[in-house]
Design a protein. Structure first.
Length: 116
């Protein structure tokens, strides 16, 4: 079982910045990707960003140019830098890991609230 610990959420005004962090426990199986999803009230959980084992990033269109994902899968850490935040970015952000068996693990979530 892999445990994920997230931190860095909070309340920020529109146009502000936050940085989320996620640290994972060691796993018997290697990870294929680490990333972030978010879920706003009344909406389905959606993909935000992820990096693969080669460090290649992938972003949802809604955050391209504003969010930056970084980290090191081999070191079990991933970060999400969020700039120019908008009220629509308000959500609970979840760290996600997919291992080589395609088993997914989720963090407990961290709240990000952007006020207008």
């Amino acid at each position: 079982q892999v445990h994920l610990v997230e931190s860095g959420g909070g309340l920020v005004q529109a146009g502000g910045s936050l940085r989320l962090s996620c640290a994972a426990s060691r796993s018997t199986f290697a990870f294929n990707s680490m990333g972030w999803y978010r879920q706003a009230p009344g909406k389905q959980r959606e993909f935000v960003a992820a990096i693969d084992r080669g460090g290649r990033p992938n972003y949802a269109d809604s955050v391209k140019g504003r969010f930056t994902i970084s980290g090191d899968i081999a070191a079990y850490t991933v970060y999400l830098g969020m700039n120019n935040l908008k009220p629509d970015d308000t959500a609970v952000y979840y760290c996600n890991i997919a291992d080589v068996r395609s088993v997914q693990y989720w963090g407990q979530g961290t709240q990000v609230t952007v006020s207008s």
